[in-house]
Design a protein around this ligand. Structure first.
Ligand SMILES: NC(=O)c1ccc[n+]([C@@H]2O[C@H](COP(=O)([O-])OP(=O)(O)OC[C@H]3O[C@@H](n4cnc5c(N)ncnc54)[C@H](OP(=O)(O)O)[C@@H]3O)[C@@H](O)[C@H]2O)c1
Length: 440
């Protein structure tokens, strides 16, 4: 029996023995993927998270990769991929990685992934792992488009994983599978092992990702090897502050733009977000994929939080004048906005979930593998604001002429000291920060 066959049999046995309550909590000794076991098929490589996963795989493993692309030709696919990498990672010498990257034209939403029979068989035979990052994340549009890519696309990849050589299927999911419990929550936290808890969903995106996890659990229970990574809010790069080119599809960036445009915002001193920089999300996923092996559901979510007030302090330092209003005053002013105004559109996405994720187990696994999430700093938030200004997403602040170094310096220390001491700032009064900052 070859090593790979016996490894597959161990996987089958493991999932066969697993009780449904244990599913998703991972197990020690799960088979690990090694690059020499076959090529890795990556979907969604041109996307925000996909580009960072691609670079992480190139930098930290010896994997040979095939990227599935919807481009019109292989040449166009390769060009689009390299251009996207060059945009995200200016200064990175990408040419040395090119020999390890192949492209194949396909569409996860199409039957047999839109591949010819020959190419399908070849991919099935020569790949040892599929990492599915493709997704429709636009949060608006016809439901069918979400289910086509986010659910049926996963079913197509399960078929591919079961064809030809043994291969594991690793899938990028979202914390949104937790859903909502409008009638009252039956549980206080949603651990990795939980999935079907009677939740409802805010939109078709959330539901399509949930349904994908349901079908993957079934496939894992039937013997398929693989893992699910439930990603939280993916934030700009931890060092450069670069964000996705489709920056307008993100609730937090929409919220920031709306605040700078309107000059007022709701005063939510206790509201906090958990922004996981995209490069750390990628590092965490590849650390688990290569170190923990197949066989778990993991949360990819920083434990560190940033409050709305922290964001406002940095915006203030840049010179934006944003009056923080009590909720009653905000609602009164918001009546002046049209229903489709982006300020209102961004608000639901920032609502906290009724049931939070319990990601302790995932973080422990990551810690054991030597990974820790970076602590967010005001310098990092400032680089994100600067990036959003430089790409023309938000208007320049009145003090732009002071120069970026002065503005970033003004933003320094807005939250670092408190973060480092692990403190939360006392809730300020409404109206705080209403004047323009940038006293440099
Ligand atoms: N960003 C977040 O905050 C976040 C949070 C939680 C989970 N996630 C998950 O992370 C994954 C990636 O998200 P992202 O923010 O990186 O999205 P993104 O930037 O919009 O990228 C989406 C990727 O999917 C590809 N794609 C879309 N439809 C496809 C299809 N039918 N066939 C093949 N490829 C297709 C796109 O290719 P093209 O170049 O052809 O468009 C692109 O490469 C998604 O599964 C999402 O659910 C993201």
């Amino acid at each position: 029996m070859s090593e790979r066959t016996s490894s597959k049999n161990r996987t089958l046995a493991r999932w066969g023995q697993r009780s449904s309550s244990a599913a998703g909590s991972g197990e020690p000794g799960a088979p690990r993927w090694r690059p020499e076991e076959g090529r890795l098929l990556l979907t969604g490589a041109t996307g925000f998270l996909g580009s960072h996963l691609l670079l992480d795989l190139l930098e930290h493993t010896a994997a040979e990769l095939t990227c599935l692309s919807r481009a019109a030709s292989k040449e166009a696919a390769r060009t689009a991929l390299l251009q996207r990498l060059a945009w995200y990672f200016p200064g990175c010498e990408l040419s040395r990685y090119e020999p390890r990257i192949a492209v194949e034209l396909g569409d996860v939403a199409a039957p047999r992934l839109g591949l010819s029979e020959g190419v399908y068989a070849e991919l099935a035979a020569s790949h040892g792992l599929i990492l599915n990052v493709a997704g429709n994340v636009s949060h608006a549009g016809a439901s069918e488009q979400f289910f086509g890519v986010n659910t049926r696309g996963v079913a197509e990849l399960v078929q591919l994983a079961r064809s030809g050589a043994p291969k594991a299927l690793h899938h990028i999911s979202t914390t949104s599978v937790i859903g909502e419990f409008p009638q009252g929550a039956p549980l206080s936290a949603f651990s990795e092992a939980r999935l079907q808890e009677g939740q409802s969903f805010r939109d078709a995106y959330d539901e399509s990702k949930y349904r994908a996890e349901v079908l993957l659990r079934q496939a894992f229970a039937e013997g398929l090897a693989g893992s699910v990574y439930r990603v939280g809010y993916v934030a700009p790069h931890s060092i450069t502050g670069r964000f996705q080119p489709n920056i307008q599809q993100n609730y937090v960036s929409l919220y920031v733009r709306a605040c700078t445009r309107l000059g007022f915002a709701p005063h939510l001193p206790e509201r906090r977000i958990q922004p996981t920089p995209v490069d750390s999300a990628a590092r965490a996923i590849i650390t688990l994929l290569t170190g923990a092996g197949a066989g778990g559901t993991y949360y990819i979510q920083t434990p560190h939080t940033v409050s709305h007030y922290d964001i406002h302090r940095v915006l203030h330092a840049f010179g934006y004048s944003i009056r923080l209003l009590s909720m009653a005053d905000f609602v009164a002013r918001a009546g002046e906005l049209s229903a489709d105004d982006e300020a209102l559109a961004a608000m639901p996405g920032l609502e906290p979930r009724t049931v939070p994720a319990d990601s302790d187990w995932s973080r422990r696994e990551l810690r054991e593998l030597g990974f820790e999430y970076p602590v967010p700093t005001s310098a990092w938030l400032a680089r994100f604001i600067r990036h959003a200004i430089e790409v023309g997403f938000i208007q320049r602040p009145p003090h732009w002429e002071l120069g970026v170094p002065a503005l970033e310096l003004a933003a320094e220390g807005a939250l670092d000291e408190r973060q480092e001491r692990g403190e939360r700032q006392a809730a300020p009064e409404p109206g705080a920060l209403s004047g323009a900052g940038a006293q440099a």
